[in-house]
Ligand binder design. Structure first.
Ligand code: SF4
Length: 251
């Protein structure tokens, strides 16, 4: 079980809020694919500051005025899952956008669940503060850090992602770094360059995720064939850079 956020450490989270304020856009009550080796539920936090064209949860991008799902109902569902699942994963959107996330994690952790987080690292300082209370993190890496805006449409997003990646690697948290790839967005040399950068930073566990059209609203991306992409030679060269590597469909 994780250590808990120290009561003595000043929180950099803005307007530190109670879990009841968490904006939840959806929940998956049971999944075997969102936390490695564990049965889990996934809580999708509403809102994301980035605008990736390939996003397959675009309805979760806006920070809505109210929470689509009431946190008390989420907790009631999770209480009924005690003994049936091992972990709860906070995903999004971008879960670290929500100032109520630390309290929500604390409430879920008190039920005895392992805590997972899916994040793109948009808020590195907030991420660094909650890393000690996580049991596992899946960190999305969009592109070579200098070219992030090509994917996210947001200037400076690569700097934030790099800081988040460094924070995860400096922590003791079990993690996976993963990159969704599409031939219009990442060339084979881009993929290799990014993999070499991540390997050089010390990433041990890396996955390439093939773009899938389901949920994506960008017809341009959906129309492009994924046949023969990425090249087998590229995949082999990337795989050789990491102790643990997988190629799979985007989740
Ligand atoms: S960071 Fe994730 S949730 Fe946000 S727009 Fe990109 S793919 Fe969608």
């Amino acid at each position: 079980m994780n250590a808990g956020i120290s009561a003595n450490r000043p929180s950099i989270w803005p307007e530190h809020a109670s879990a009841r304020g968490l904006k939840v856009g959806g929940i998956t009550p049971f999944t075997a694919t969102d936390y490695p080796g564990k049965l889990a539920a996934v809580v999708f936090v509403q809102g994301c500051p980035w605008r990736c064209d390939y996003c397959h949860n675009p309805h979760l991008q806006p920070r809505t005025a109210d929470s689509p799902l009431d946190w008390r109902k989420v907790m009631a569902l999770l209480r009924r899952r005690v003994g049936l699942i091992d972990a709860v994963v906070f995903s999004g959107g971008e879960a670290t956008v929500d100032p109520a996330l630390p309290d929500a994690i604390a409430e879920v952790s008190a039920l005895g669940f392992r805590i997972g987080l899916h994040s793109a690292g948009a808020y590195p300082k907030r991420l660094a503060e909650i890393l000690p209370v996580l049991d596992w993190i899946g960190l999305d890496i969009k592109a070579p850090f200098a070219h992030y805006a090509r994917i996210t449409r947001i200037a400076d997003s690569g700097r934030h992602a790099l800081q988040s990646a460094e924070a995860v690697l400096a922590s003791a948290v079990d993690h996976e770094f993963r990159t969704t790839i599409h031939p219009s967005l990442l060339s084979e040399p881009d993929i290799l360059q990014l993999a070499q950068t991540l390997s050089g930073m010390g990433v041990q566990n890396y996955a390439l995720q093939l773009f899938r059209a389901r949920g994506c609203r960008d017809d341009r991306l959906n129309a492009v064939s994924m046949t023969a992409y990425p090249d087998t030679g590229t995949v082999q060269r990337v795989a050789a850079l990491f102790p643990h590597f997988s190629l799979r469909q985007a989740e």
